[in-house]
Design a protein around this ligand. Structure first.
Ligand code: ADP
Length: 249
């Protein structure tokens, strides 16, 4: 069963194409790395699927149904740099925002919801920071709060935009543990990822993207030197100078 079917998505910004005719289908329970150079349209792809930006064309099906009927099944962890961390709110409230899809915007969260949000914070080791203003958290702690919010959403499909950017090794491990747990539960996760060295370890599927998909499929088949060369062009030699992981075979 495909969790997600993307057909012919194209996006332009000021008439400049950012994505051209992107088509791929993501199997349920897979963990996909979205890989490609800066400016390849990785964030744009996620935002257009989530309808945060308009598409020129294209169609998104979630478990065979139109996106708008299924949006409650979707969770999103944006890039940390895109969030206003000076917004005056504490960690617990950010996590509670993940519950609004369940409780409705107009209702105040009750004791049960708060308890659940606390459990989500606990799962990412942030229970002691519940009342801390988000501006006063480190980068790794902020990312953990985002993870707790994603947990609170209890989605079936998660999109994460560079969750490993600027976090320490312990947080990176915590994120990977959570992704593996979600996979075990049959959830489907797509992650914009930059570190080519960890792709084979982290992801069972890859989307190699450069405005248009170069390849999508199981990591063993798709994550090859030739395909990366096609995706990154000349920039690949710089990326692979010290890497042996990209050698085929
Ligand atoms: P990636 O996530 O792969 O680095 P992006 O999706 O952020 O790529 O960007 C794809 C292209 O679209 C880039 O050329 C970028 O400059 C452009 N772009 C992204 N967001 C905007 C925007 N809001 N307005 C205009 N151009 C944009």
């Amino acid at each position: 069963m495909n969790a997600l079917e993307i057909k012919n998505i194209s996006v332009t910004y000021d008439k400049q194409p950012a994505l051209e005719d992107v088509t791929f289908s993501v199997p349920e329970g897979s963990l996909t790395g979205i890989i490609g150079p800066n400016g390849a349209g990785k964030s744009t792809l996620i935002k257009s699927i989530l309808r945060l930006i308009p598409k020129l064309s294209g169609d998104v099906k979630v478990y065979g149904k139109p996106y708008k009927e299924q949006r409650k099944m979707i969770g999103y962890v944006p890039q940390r740099s895109e969030v206003d961390w000076d917004f005056p709110t504490n960690a617990l409230d950010v996590v509670l925002m993940g519950r609004y899809g369940h409780i409705g915007w107009l209702k105040r969260p009750g004791k049960k919801e708060k308890q659940f949000a606390m459990e989500c914070l606990e799962k990412v080791g942030m229970q002691d920071y519940a009342k801390r203003q988000i501006s006063q958290l480190s980068g790794g702690q902020q990312q953990r709060v985002f993870l707790a919010r994603a947990l609170a959403q209890d989605a079936q499909i998660y999109f994460m935009d560079e969750p490993f950017a600027g976090v320490d090794a312990a947080t990176e491990k915590a994120i990977m543990n959570l992704l593996q747990e979600w996979k075990k539960q049959g959830k489907t996760v797509l992650v914009v990822h930059h570190d080519l060295q960890t792709v084979r370890d982290y992801f069972d599927h890859c989307l190699l993207l450069n405005k248009t998909p170069v390849k999508f499929g199981p990591t063993d088949k798709v994550f090859t030197y030739d395909n990366l060369q096609e995706t990154y062009g000349g920039a690949l030699s710089i990326l692979t100078q010290e890497s042996t992981l990209l050698q085929e075979g």
